[in-house]
Ligand binder design. Structure first.
Ligand code: ZJS
Ligand code: ZN
Length: 347
């Protein structure tokens, strides 16, 4: 590793946009493939390597394969544990994982046992002293419509009350070309009213202007991507004004957007627009397994593409703490960590 990479690796980081099944590493994938050889899935079918790009549709096909490999409580526990430890090794000090609870009739997996398996993995890592604070967002797959969304919110509500602060909110994700946010509003409103935080994938593709207007009225607590919100990308100034007025942080996933072809190149990424506005932006991985990246690499890419100084990179990672869903006490603990690490890293 060169000196430059060491800096990004040592940088303490916050990750708030990581889909569990998209974050599974090559090593873990090997374990899963060995558990289920009859599926004939190979590692190169579940990842998009260096220099490769796929259409959004092709990317979503990858998740179908991964879901076949991860279909028991034991699998969920394995992937959650491994993903948490990998983020910790990458010096991520606070992680919000998100995942869509799935029922698998064949294996007896239920949505409830799915969430329980993730929570057990989080608790086990904490017990084992892994140096990372992990929280969970329950995901709604937009494909599944109104009723499933409402069920998911009720499940999240239950766990918010019983998990000792581990379940903090709701993620809205899934193929952006399928379904409409309109149908999901009642569920999202219920979530907001019961105290669940909202992180919503918004304007990930260009056809979502009307939906973004609707969703922004909730308003969400954070926005995933927001690629097509601003006028230069076919969005609108009123949309930008509203995001700015409510000070809603953007979760920025550079490699995901480039490899998924929603952004033509790193240098044309909308991070530039929002960062120049001084708007809160959090660098994230989205799917570190599928896109073969890690958070250190994403910070390094942001710095090299947009000419950020080490001080600016530090500020970016420190300001991310303000955007987490955990409460003030956790933010203070994290800020303390950053303060302790700073003198050793920035001369
Ligand atoms: C395909 C592509 C370019 C991915 C990046 N953009 C994404 N946009 C919307 N939803 C996503 C994305 N990446 C992952 N997800 C969601 O996360 C799920 C996988 O993680 P999990 O099973 O929820 O644990 C996917 O099935 C999908 O619902
Ligand atoms: Zn995402």
């Amino acid at each position: 590793m060169d000196d430059d990479s060491v800096f990004y690796k040592k940088l303490p980081k916050v990750e708030v946009h990581a889909h569990l099944n998209g974050s599974v590493s090559a090593q873990t994938m090997e374990k899963l493939i060995q558990r289920k050889p009859h599926l004939n899935i190979e590692r190169n079918m579940t990842a998009i390597g260096k220099g490769q790009r796929r259409t959004l549709d092709e990317c979503f096909e990858v998740f179908k394969l991964i879901h076949k490999l991860v279909d028991t409580e034991e699998d969920i526990h394995t992937v959650a544990t491994d993903v948490i430890k990998e983020f910790a090794v990458d010096n991520v000090k606070y992680l919000e994982l998100r995942s869509t609870p799935r029922e698998e009739k064949g294996t007896g997996l239920t949505k409830k046992s799915y969430v329980e398996a993730v929570i057990k993995a989080i608790q086990q890592c904490k017990y084992d002293g892994v140096d990372i604070d992990v929280r969970f967002l329950v995901a709604i797959d937009r494909r599944n419509g109104t009723e499933v969304a409402m069920e998911t919110v009720k499940l999240a509500e239950e766990f918010m009350l019983s998990s000792g602060g581990l379940v903090l909110g709701i993620d809205l994700s899934g193929d952006p070309k399928v379904g409409h946010g309109r149908c999901l509003l009642p569920a999202l409103e219920r979530a907001r009213n019961c105290g669940l935080k909202l992180s919503l994938h918004m304007s990930e593709v260009s056809s979502q202007l009307e939906e973004s207007e609707l969703l922004l009225n909730l308003p969400p607590d954070r926005i995933g991507h927001g690629t097509f919100l601003h006028p230069e990308m076919g969005g609108s100034q009123p949309l930008v004004d509203q995001v700015v007025k409510h000070n809603i942080p953007l979760e920025i996933c550079l490699t995901s957007n480039v490899k998924g072809k929603t952004v033509p190149s790193y240098s044309q990424h909308h991070f530039r627009y929002w960062y120049q506005l001084g708007h809160p932006c959090v660098i994230c991985t989205d799917d570190k397994g599928v896109f073969c990246t890690d958070l250190s690499q994403e910070y390094q890419l942001a710095a090299s593409t947009f000419s950020l100084s080490p001080d600016a990179v530090w500020e970016l990672s420190e300001r991310a703490v303000d955007c987490i869903f955990a409460g003030e006490a956790v933010k203070q603990q994290l800020k303390q960590k950053w303060t302790e690490i700073k003198p050793g890293l920035l001369k």
